[in-house]
Design a protein around this ligand. Structure first.
Ligand SMILES: Cc1ncc(C[n+]2csc(CCOP(=O)(O)OP(=O)(O)O)c2C)c(N)n1
Ligand SMILES: CC(=O)[C@@H](O)[C@H](O)COP(=O)(O)O
Ligand SMILES: [Mg+2]
Length: 665
C-alpha cells in the first residue's frame, strides 16, 4: 500500500517527513494521470498544484482555516488530501464534482467555476472574522496568474492592500499560463519578479551546494529575504502596500511551507508568489504546446492522446467560417478572454494574427473594448462561453447596445454543458439578453445554419448580434421542407393541432416530439425560427391557426424564448396557449449533457407526454384525434403515467402550480 491510501485528511500530512512528502507527491501525480485519463478533466492544472497543496494543508488547518480556490479546477489534490480518493466518477452524475463542492466536504467553500472571484471571497471572509472577533482562523486564497488578470481580482486587491490589519494570505499560483501563456502587463511583471531577482536560482544553488539543514536553510532564506528587501526593485504588489514573499519554487514543498509559515505569522495581508509548472511531472502535459493539458478528454496515459476522435464540433465550424468571412472583410476582428483555442478563434489568429485580441480572463473588458473597436469602424466578434458572458451583462447593455455598436457575440457552450457543473451551463444567455434593447439572437440548429446565421449576424447594423450554440460535436444538417418569413419549416402536417417552435440545437428533439404526437393523429408543424430575439413578427399570426404552441429551448425557461413568444401572442391578442419547455430555474449538478437534459424533462418522451397530456386535457373540448394508440391510451388511463406527464409539465412551471424543483424566485 502506498502513502496515498494512508492520507485520510490533512492531519495525516503533518506527520510526514520530507522524504515521505516527495514519495507522496509522486504517488499523487501517478494517481492524477491514471484517474483523469480515464474520466477526462483538468489534468495539467492539478499536476501543477501537488506540492503547493500539500504545503498549504500542512501549514494551515482546514477547515478551521479557510482555503479558497479561484476557479477551482485545480483543486483535485485538495480533494485527495481531504479524504476523497474515488475519482472514478469525476465530473459524472453521482461522482466527484470537478470543482470544490460543499456537499462533498467541509473543506470546500467556493463552488463557482468562474475565475477571479477568490480574492473577493477571501476579503469578505477575513473582514467577517475580524468583525466577529474571530482571531483563530486564517483565510487563504489561491489564485492563478490567469485568474489574476480578471477585473474582480484587482477590485479585491485594491481593498485588501489598504487593509493593513487584515489577516489574509494570497497565494499566486504562477505557471505563466491560462490556457495559452497568460497575456498582459501583469504577466510580464510576474515574469520580471521571477527573473530579475533570481531568488529561486540562488536558493536552488545554495540548496544543491550546501544541502542545508533546516536551520541553515531558514538562515539562507532569511538572508535571501533580507537581500531582496535591500536591493531588489519594489514589485507592483509591494507598491500597492502588500507584503510580498517570493518568488518561491512552487514544487519545493519545504520552500513553500517556509513562505506560508512566514505569511501565516504576519498580521496583515500577504501575497506569496509561487512559481509552478502546468502539467508538472507528466511530459505529455508539460510539452503540450496548446494548453499543457488544461482540460483533457478520456485519453491513453502512455501516449497522452485521446482515445476517441472528437468529431466535427460546433466550435470548429464557427472558427472555419469566420476565417472564410474575414478573408473578404478586413474589418472583422476577433476578441477572446484567454480562450483562443476553446472558442475556435485559433484558426482566425493563425491567419490574421494582427486582427485578434486576447484580453486575459477579462470578459467585461473584452465587451467594452469591442464597443471601442466598433466605434473605430471595425466589426468585432467576441467569442466566449455563454456562461462567462453573464459577467459582462452591463457592458453588453450599456457599453454596446446603448451605443448601437455592431458587435457580434459568439456564445459557445450555450445551453446544458453538463461536465463542469452548475456554473458552467450556458443556460442564462437568452433569458438574460431578452432585456437588451436592439440586441438580436440567432440559434443555429446545425453547421449549415451556423454558417448562415454567422454571416447574417455580421451584416446586422445598429446594434449587437448574438450567435449561440452548444458544446461538442455537431450532428448532420437538418433540412427544411419550406421557408416562412425567414424561418425554416422542418415539418408541416396537414392538420394544425400543434405548432412546435424549436430553438437551435433542440430541432432534433422537436422533430422527435412531432413524430410521436403525429402517431396519435395530431397534425404538427415544426418551425426553427433561426433568430429567436426578437420573436419573428409572423409567429403570432402563424400561431393563431393552431390549437397549441410548443416551444423547446436549451436555455432557462423563465424569461426565455418561450416566455417571449407567449408575451408576443398575448400582445397580439392571439389566444392559442403556449406550452414552453426549457431548463427550470435551478442550479444543475454535474453530469453528462443528455442526463442533465433528461433531468430537466427535455427529452422526446417527456415533452411528448406533457404535450399529449395537455392535448388530452384539451380534448374534452377538441375533436378527439382520429385514433388513440395503445401508448396514449395507457398514458391517459394510467394516472401514474399521466402523473409523470403532469410532473414534467410542473417541472417546466406548468399547470398553475410551482414546477417541481423550480426555485421559487
Ligand atoms: C470568468 C471566466 N472566464 C473564463 C474561464 C475559463 N477558464 C477556466 S480556467 C482558465 C485559465 C485559468 O488560468 P489560471 O488562473 O492561471 O489557472 P491555471 O489553469 O493556470 O492553474 C480559464 C480561462 C473561467 N473559468 N471563468
Ligand atoms: C475551468 C474552466 O472554466 C474551463 O477549463 C472549462 O472547464 C473548459 O470547458 P470545456 O471543456 O467545455 O472547454
Ligand atoms: Mg496559470
Amino acid at each position: 500500500m502506498g502513502l496515498l491510501e494512508s492520507i485520510r485528511g490533512p492531519q495525516d500530512l503533518r506527520v510526514l517527513s520530507g522524504e515521505e512528502l516527495l514519495t507522496l507527491s509522486g504517488e499523487i501525480r501517478r494517481f492524477l494521470v491514471e484517474q483523469v485519463s480515464r474520466t477526462g478533466g483538468h489534468l495539467g492544472p492539478n499536476l501543477g498544484t501537488v506540492e503547493l497543496t500539500l504545503a498549504l494543508h500542512r501549514v494551515f488547518d482546514s477547515p478551521r482555516d479557510r482555503i479558497v480556490w479561484d476557479t477551482g479546477h485545480q483543486a483535485y489534490v485538495h480533494k485527495i488530501v481531504t479524504g476523497r480518493h474515488d475519482f472514478s466518477g469525476l465530473r459524472q452524475r453521482g461522482g466527484l464534482s470537478g470543482y470544490p463542492c460543499g456537499a462533498e466536504s467541509e473543506h470546500d467553500i467556493v463552488e463557482n467555476s468562474h475565475a477571479s472571484t477568490a480574492l473577493s471571497y477571501a476579503d469578505g471572509l477575513a473582514k467577517g472574522y475580524r468583525l466577529r472577533g474571530v482571531t483563530d482562523r486564517k483565510v487563504v486564497a489561491v489564485i492563478g496568474d490567469g485568474a489574476l488578470t480578471g477585473g474582480m481580482a484587482w477590485e479585491a486587491l485594491n481593498n485588501i492592500a489598504a487593509a493593513k490589519d487584515l489577516p489574509l494570505v494570497i497565494v499566486v499560483n504562477d505557471n505563466g499560463r491560462s490556457y495559452a501563456p497568460t497575456i498582459g502587463g501583469l504577466a510580464d511583471h510576474l515574469a520580471t519578479l521571477r527573473t530579475t531577482r533570481g531568488y529561486e536560482r540562488f536558493l536552488d544553488w545554495s540548496k544543491r551546494l550546501l544541502q542545508p539543514t533546516p536551520v541553515v536553510y531558514d538562515t539562507l532564506h532569511a538572508i535571501k529575504t533580507g537581500v531582496k528587501d535591500l536591493v531588489a526593485p519594489q514589485g507592483m504588489f509591494e507598491d500597492l502596500g502588500l507584503k510580498y514573499l517570493g518568488p518561491i519554487d512552487g514544487h519545493d514543498i519545504e520552500a513553500v511551507e517556509t513562505a506560508l509559515r512566514q505569511a501565516a505569522a504576519f498580521d496583515g495581508p500577504v501575497l506569496v508568489h509561487c512559481l509552478t509548472r502546468k502539467g508538472n511531472g507528466y511530459p505529455h502535459a508539460e510539452n503540450d504546446k496548446a494548453d499543457c493539458f488544461h482540460a483533457v478528454r478520456v485519453m491513453d496515459p502512455t501516449t497522452g492522446r485521446p482515445t476517441t476522435a472528437a468529431g466535427r464540433s460546433w466550435t470548429s465550424v464557427f472558427g472555419a467560417e469566420l476565417v472564410t468571412l474575414a478573408e473578404r472583410r478586413p474589418e472583422i476582428v476577433g476578441i477572446t478572454a484567454a480562450m483562443l483555442g476553446p472558442t475556435g478563434l485559433d484558426a482566425f489568429a493563425e491567419r490574421f494574427p494582427e486582427r485578434v485580441f486576447d484580453v486575459g480572463i477579462a470578459e467585461q473588458h473584452a465587451v467594452t473594448s469591442a464597443a471601442g473597436l466598433a466605434m473605430a469602424g471595425l466589426r468585432p466578434v467576441v467569442a466566449v462561453y455563454a456562461t462567462f458572458l453573464n459577467r459582462a451583462f452591463d457592458q453588453v447593455l450599456m457599453d454596446v447596445a446603448l451605443h448601437g455598436c455592431p458587435v457580434v457575440f459568439v456564445l459557445d457552450r450555450a445551453g446544458v454543458t453538463g461536465d463542469d457543473g452548475p456554473s458552467h451551463n450556458g443556460m442564462w444567455d437568452v433569458a438574460m439578453l431578452q432585456a437588451v434593447p436592439g440586441l438580436r439572437i440567432a440559434a443555429p440548429r446545425d453547421a449549415r445554419t451556423l454558417r448562415e446565421e454567422l454571416r447574417e449576424a455580421l451584416r446586422v447594423t445598429g446594434g449587437p448580434a448574438v450567435v449561440r450554440f452548444p458544446k461538442g460535436a455537431v450532428g448532420p444538417d437538418i433540412p427544411a421542407v419550406d421557408e416562412a418569413d425567414g424561418m425554416a419549416v422542418l415539418r408541416r402536417d396537414a392538420g394544425r393541432d400543434v405548432l412546435v417552435l424549436s430553438v437551435g440545437a433542440m430541432a432534433g428533439l422537436a422533430l422527435g416530439v412531432a413524430a410521436r404526437i403525429g402517431e396519435e393523429g395530431f397534425g404538427v408543424t415544426v418551425v426553427d425560427p433561426r433568430w429567436v430575439k426578437p420573436v419573428n413578427a409572423a409567429i403570432p399570426d402563424m400561431a393563431r391557426r393552431y390549437r397549441l404552441v410548443v416551444t423547446v429551448e436549451d436555455g432557462l425557461r423563465a424569461g426565455g424564448f418561450g416566455s417571449a413568444v407567449a408575451q408576443e401572442l398575448r400582445d397580439a391578442g392571439v389566444g392559442t396557449p403556449v406550452a414552453d419547455f426549457g431548463i427550470p430555474r435551478r442550479f444543475l449538478q454535474h453530469g453528462k449533457r443528455a442526463e442533465v437534459l433528461a433531468e430537466c424533462g427535455l427529452t422526446v418522451e417527456d415533452v411528448s407526454a406533457a404535450v399529449l397530456h395537455r392535448l388530452a386535457g384539451k380534448n374534452r373540448r377538441l375533436a378527439a384525434p382520429t385514433h388513440v394508440s395503445p401508448w396514449l391510451a395507457k398514458l391517459i388511463a394510467d394516472p401514474r403515467l399521466a402523473g409523470r406527464a403532469r410532473q414534467v409539465l410542473a417541472s417546466n412551471g406548468y399547470s398553475g402550480h410551482r414546477g417541481v424543483g423550480d426555485q421559487t424566485h
